[in-house]
Design a protein around this ligand. Structure first.
Ligand code: ZN
Length: 281
């Protein structure tokens, strides 16, 4: 009887700790209450901005803000249509370009996004940047930051609750957060996203960029350019986003689904232009 009670409590515990990924439905380990994770994310982001140089007022900085906001609106539109706006609860979107030669970009939980200047030549233009931002924002929306932070707390701190970890080992917890949120270079440790997380981010990222009006076919060219940079000094983006030989095949397979959103979007743009023209006549 006692054993049954214990077993059922363990079952309940596991049930509470595992939640479905928005969109894909995969069960993921989320040990941390979302409000606490967002507070940690916002604090880590601010710390990152304080310690780095934000680029303001240039064409490139404007491009980061424009592409970021267009994808943000696409994400909001997507979850509104799915009747799942709660996925974005507590988000405080922000898009900054940061002066740093590293080839990297990240979106922390809650939509706190940074593009490092070093990745811009690989993006080439706004559509290439949309590949990166769509993918990174997909990691944030799919709560991969919570999943990775939960895994790190389990491994590094024996499953300690975040609030406890923060009060007992604040510095280590901050470092783990930077690693979990893809900013590992700040502490010298890079943690690759898992293959499952990568394919979720690829699928959602293509849909989001398409909904924002950027052609998802451009993703293939972007990943080719990124892979060409590989070699003795692998760019950070490639270290944290491992590109398997199957990735290109998977991306090509996912593009037709994303194109449906792109076509819908371009029809909308066309009709908007048509109405604008009519109102001028
Ligand atoms: Zn990724």
């Amino acid at each position: 009887m006692k054993a049954a009670v214990i077993l059922s409590s363990i079952g309940l515990f596991l049930f509470i700790q595992c939640s479905p990924v928005p969109v894909s439905g995969r069960r993921q380990l989320n040990l941390i209450p979302q409000s606490q994770l967002l507070a940690l994310s916002f604090q880590s982001y601010q710390q990152f901005l304080d310690e780095n140089q934000i680029v303001r007022g240039t064409e490139e900085a404007k491009m980061v803000a424009t592409v970021g906001k267009r994808i943000q609106h696409a994400v909001e539109q997507y979850f509104r249509a799915e009747n799942k706006l709660e996925v974005l609860e507590g988000f405080r979107w922000e898009f900054n370009l940061v002066k740093d030669s590293s080839v990297n970009a990240f979106a922390m939980p809650g939509g706190k996004t940074a593009v490092l200047t070093g990745i811009l030549p690989v993006c080439e233009n706004a559509t290439g940047l949309a590949v990166v931002l769509g993918h990174e924002i997909a990691h944030a929306v799919a709560r991969h930051g919570n999943e990775r932070m939960s895994q790190l707390l389990l491994v590094q701190l024996g499953g300690m609750a975040l609030s406890e970890a923060l009060s007992e080992q604040p510095q280590l917890t901050q470092q783990l957060a930077l690693i979990a949120f893809g900013v590992g270079t700040q502490v010298g440790v890079l943690l690759p996203y898992s293959r499952i997380q990568e394919s979720e981010a690829d699928r959602l990222g293509l849909i989001f960029m398409a909904m924002a009006g950027y052609d998802p076919n451009e993703a293939v060219g972007f990943w080719h350019r990124m892979e060409k940079l590989g070699g003795p000094s692998v760019p950070e983006f490639l270290s944290t986003h491992p590109s398997t030989e199957n990735r290109m095949r998977d991306i090509r397979r996912l593009i037709p689904e994303a194109m449906k959103y792109y076509q819908k979007q371009s029809l909308k743009f066309k009709s908007a232009k048509w109405y604008a023209l009519q109102s001028c006549l």
